[in-house]
Design a protein around this ligand. Structure first.
Ligand code: ATP
Ligand code: MG
Length: 575
């Protein structure tokens, strides 16, 4: 491809709403184009990179026996009503109506559609196991679309589904997929880590996220400094201390004027925050959007409540809960903003973090303005309707596996694998007949890769202050040939010759034949991040060209033949 003919517009300055280096670079190189919040198109170079990633994914899916299909993005509401997710998925589901007022959605994922295929097309155990996948545009009306392709409302995803006879079969499918994901992300040049994850609204019994490590990642990961435990902070289990053998002291109500926060009351009473109980007040909604119930959740004063664990404990979807209107909740339940504790509440669900159960003589709000209780004890003074681990595993906490201290880091979730079990086959009725003609539920797994997010994650991990540094495997082009002076016939001729030879060898080449100053061309080549640059300039009179890898500082002067050979060899080794 000749740069003089390519529709390309690079920008010197970053657009001011972009903060993430990868987002800035994809916009500055003109590889992506914003149409609306969270809605992007891909220009020629960006799309080439996307297709490279898709191809890697395709090869690895095919290698483990996946069959590629392509389903419609538009899905009838009935399927989602069957699975129960028409409500559970919440406002992220992009709903639409046709002219006859029938409900549809734009698929955010395709469990329902693929389960329906099984339900109608598979009858016998002889047809299983099977795995199907597609690479397709997905739609999610995200609350906070941001960071370019990272969190789009329209994005490209590979979604695969496995169908097995039993749990054992699922374990094998899951492990195969896990291995394929490791290959995919390694081939894309990502520094990544698989971590244990929460199953969330999708349901099921086991899951891992593949996260590309990055300080800007939206996934927070807790990992052990000693063993190989690594999990999303949302899903990481906490291990509670053994119950304290301290004597229970007498419960006492004390005057604590103006101490509405944990900090204030701990300071006023001279307590450690760990000796206090923090209250979090919520209201939940039913399918009609009406307030269903009030929830008071209690965690140790220095802890953060983990919303995912809380909704799992309550058995409701994430979108069906929000912080309560404290005045209204006060009238209904007796809670008092800033002074709420587990004693004195009525008509609400009390959720107590498991750690509090074994702790003695704690301080909590008295459900009375300017008052707290001290020496409050679980069992004697209060109880929870639900007792569960609802806290975030914090840095410095003990690893739930080996007890060593835990640390946090950040990553970009580029893929996730789930064991679904029979959640969908059960709700939608997908069965197979075994040897004895007995009907059994099909056991499922589902597996996603964010293709467009992966593309941006690659840029996030591979750039410097001059621009992108594409790994050869996913680069839009392998080589860029820069002609220093277009007016010099010898330079043009040599460059055209190299261009032809490389193309014939199957190398993807850009020829910078624009009538621009050399500085502009070099800057653009660095910005675009093409892995190999061959510069044809003055030295061509001695038969030499400059050969430079974008990732290296140094360049070398090579003969034309050596430059061609080295480029071909490097590309073939790394593509
Ligand atoms: P997240 O927690 O980031 O919202 P998710 O758990 O909802 O992700 P999945 O339902 O597992 O995501 O989707 C599979 C993959 O699709 C994710 O691993 C991610 O790479 C990608 N993905 C999900 N949501 C988006 C989005 N809004 N924009 C771009 N890619 C996305
Ligand atoms: Mg999501």
């Amino acid at each position: 491809m000749r740069l003089s003919k390519m529709l390309i517009k690079t920008l010197r300055e970053a657009p001011n709403d972009a903060v993430l280096p990868s987002h800035i670079l994809l916009l500055r190189t003109g590889m992506i184009r914003r149409l609306a919040s969270g809605i992007y198109g891909y220009m020629h170079m960006g799309y080439r990179s996307i297709r490279k990633i898709e191809q890697i994914v395709r090869e690895e899916m095919d290698a483990i026996g996946g069959q590629e299909i392509l389903m419609s993005a538009v899905q009838p509401a009935e399927l989602w009503q069957e699975s129960g997710r028409w409500f559970d998925y919440g406002p992220e589901l992009w709903r639409l109506k046709d002219r006859k007022d029938a409900d549809f959605c734009l698929g955010p994922t395709h469990e329902e559609v693929f389960t329906d295929i099984m339900k109608t097309d598979v009858t016998s155990h002889k047809q299983l196991p099977m795995s199907l996948y597609q690479i397709q545009t997905k739609y999610r009306d995200e609350v906070r679309p941001r960071f370019g392709l990272m969190r789009g409302r329209e994005f490209i995803m590979k979604d695969a589904y496995s169908f097995d006879l039993d749990e054992e079969g699922l374990d094998k499918s899951y492990n195969d997929m896990f291995g394929a994901y490791e290959k995919v992300f390694t081939r894309c040049g990502l520094d990544f880590r698989p971590v244990e994850a929460d199953n969330g609204a999708i349901g099921g019994s086991g899951s891992h996220e593949f996260t590309a490590l990055s300080e800007y990642g939206e996934s927070e990961i807790a990992y052990c400094t000693s063993c190989d435990m690594a999990a999303t902070v949302e899903s990481a289990a906490c291990s509670d201390d053994p119950a304290s053998d301290e004597e229970m002291k007498e419960l006492e109500k004390v005057h604590t004027p103006g101490t509405k926060t944990i900090e204030a009351v701990a300071e006023y009473l001279g307590l450690d925050k760990k000796q206090t109980i923090k209250a979090l007040l919520f209201q939940t909604y039913d399918e009609q959007g009406q307030i269903d119930k009030y929830v008071a959740a209690f965690v140790r004063g220095d802890r953060d409540c983990n919303m995912i664990k809380l909704v799992n404990a309550l058995g409701i979807p994430e979108h069906a809960i929000e912080f309560a209107d404290e005045d209204k909740m006060g009238e209904a339940t007796g809670c008092v903003g800033g002074f709420t504790g587990p004693m004195g509440l009525h008509d609400c669900t009390i959720v107590v973090d498991s750690e509090l159960v074994g702790m003695k003589n704690l301080c909590a709000g008295a459900c009375d303005v300017d008052h707290h209780y001290i020496n409050m004890n679980y069992g004697r003074d209060y109880e929870g309707d639900i007792v569960a681990d609802i806290k975030i595993l914090a840095e410095g906490d003990r690893c739930p596996v080996c007890g060593a201290p835990v640390k946090h880091t950040r990553g970009i979730e580029v893929g996730q694998v789930f064991k679904l079990g029979t959640k969908y086959s059960d709700s939608m009725g997908a069965y197979y007949k075994d040897e004895n003609q007995k009907e059994n539920l099909i056991v499922m797994g589902c597996y996603g890769i964010g293709i467009s997010r992966t593309m941006q994650a690659v840029v996030e991990q591979h750039h410097d202050d001059k621009g992108i540094i594409w790994p050869i495997s996913v680069a839009p082009y392998h080589v860029i040939i820069t002609i220093v002076k277009i007016a010099e016939e010898e330079q043009v001729k040599a460059a055209e010759d190299i261009y032809e030879k490389l193309r014939k060898a199957g190398i993807e080449v850009l020829l910078d034949d624009r009538k621009e100053r050399p500085g502009v061309k070099f800057n653009d080549a660095d910005l675009l991040g093409i892995p190999i640059r061959i510069t044809v300039g003055r030295d061509i009179t001695d038969g030499k060209v400059e050969y430079k890898m974008r990732r290296d500082e140094e360049s070398s002067l090579l003969s034309v033949e050596d430059a061609i050979d080295t480029a071909i060899k490097t590309v073939n080794e790394e593509k």
